[in-house]
Design a binder for this molecule. Structure first.
Ligand SMILES: [Zn+2]
Length: 347
């Protein structure tokens, strides 16, 4: 099938993301943004459509005979809101001045009752209402590293509870991980130590990604799948695929041994980058869900734990409700990856 795709230069370039090899410019986070892409038809999964039209059986059936899949994911960048971080910082230094116990109590109560971002159990309960599961990708940063907000070891009980309930814990790679094998390995090892088991799923912070290098590094580090591959500045199908796929390296002329579960919609893409209001955001979301349903594909959502409040939380539940009514199979990246392995589809 890859041979048929190679014959179609335009679609082959789109699938392999040729234009992202050595780009002249990138954005402030070293990303290739949608606004630099020659490909303008981001809302149509053109490559998936071509493959289906050429006989590749992508009209997949999902568990329980479901017709399309929704991959639900959450990046955990922060668990302490910034003002709280300041309070915690102050509390820490005060603790060193002999009023340790009083502050310990205070911290515990903040963690348990007041902190709206310490919401992993609430997220799982919400998803369970709709028969869904999801993946949580945790940063594993050290003090002083860019965007450091929490010590992942402090979340051990939460992480283990997520896994015990059959949701997934994956790695959210830090700012430099996408480009540095040692960094990916170090963060992976640290998360695995806390979790007490291997981690197979990955997404990079800020969706930083270098084609094809990041895929190669993730494969070398032992990940089974990546879920970073979507544009931060626009929702849709970055390489025309609305199905998971094995990426192809144009430099080595070989397939890379990792599954990409492409990211379709990130919360802040809709509300910050695309600057849509709630109505507009829903129109785009609905359009993309309906499109993926039409092609029996997988639509992947990224909803940060910090977006699980107020209007954004309502929006997330609206997505769950809509997909549930449509009879979608809603699972974690790990579940999608296992299912894909079972199907043995080769593109
Ligand atoms: Zn992040």
């Amino acid at each position: 099938m890859i041979e048929a795709l190679k014959q179609n230069k335009e679609l082959w370039d789109l699938f392999s993301r040729r234009e992202e090899y050595n780009p002249l410019i990138s954005d402030q986070y070293q990303r290739f943004p949608y606004y630099l892409s020659k490909h303008r038809n981001i809302l149509e999964p053109e490559v998936s459509k071509f493959l289906i039209g050429n006989g590749l059986n992508l009209e997949v059936e999902y568990p329980e005979d479901k017709k399309f899949a929704v991959c639900l994911t959450h990046d955990i960048d922060a668990v302490y809101p910034s003002r709280l971080s300041v309070t915690l910082g102050a509390a820490k230094s005060l603790m060193q001045h002999q009023i340790k116990n009083a502050f310990k109590t205070l911290l515990k109560s903040i963690k348990k009752r007041r902190n709206p971002w310490w919401n992993f159990k609430d997220i799982m309960a919400l998803e369970a209402k709709y028969g869904a599961k999801s993946s949580f990708y945790f940063l594993a940063l050290s003090t002083g590293e860019r965007d450091f907000n929490f010590v992942v070891e402090d979340l051990e009980n939460e992480l283990r509870n997520i896994e015990d309930n059959d949701w997934e814990v994956g790695l959210h790679g830090g700012h430099e991980a996408y480009n540095t094998l040692d960094e990916i390995k170090k963060e992976k090892k640290r998360l695995e130590r806390v979790l007490g088991k291997k981690v197979i799923g990955y997404r990079n912070h800020y969706l930083k990604f270098k084609v094809p290098d990041t895929w190669e590094l993730l494969s070398k580090a032992g990940f089974k799948y990546d879920a970073s591959f979507g544009y931060a500045d626009c929702a849709g199908f970055r390489n025309g695929m609305c199905h998971p796929f094995k990426p192809f390296n144009l430099d080595t002329n070989e397939e890379i041994d990792i599954l990409e579960i492409p990211l379709t919609i990130m919360d802040c893409t809709l509300f910050n980058y695309m600057k849509l209001d709630m109505r507009g955001a829903w129109e785009v979301t609905k359009l993309l869900i309906d499109t993926v349903e039409r092609y029996n594909g997988v639509i992947t959502f990224l909803w940060h734990n910090t977006y699980m409040v107020g209007e954004e939380l309502k929006f997330y539940e609206k997505i769950l409700k809509y997909c549930y009514k449509k009879g979608a199979w809603m699972g974690s990246g790990e579940e999608v990856c296992e299912w894909w392995d079972k199907l043995g589809i080769i593109i």
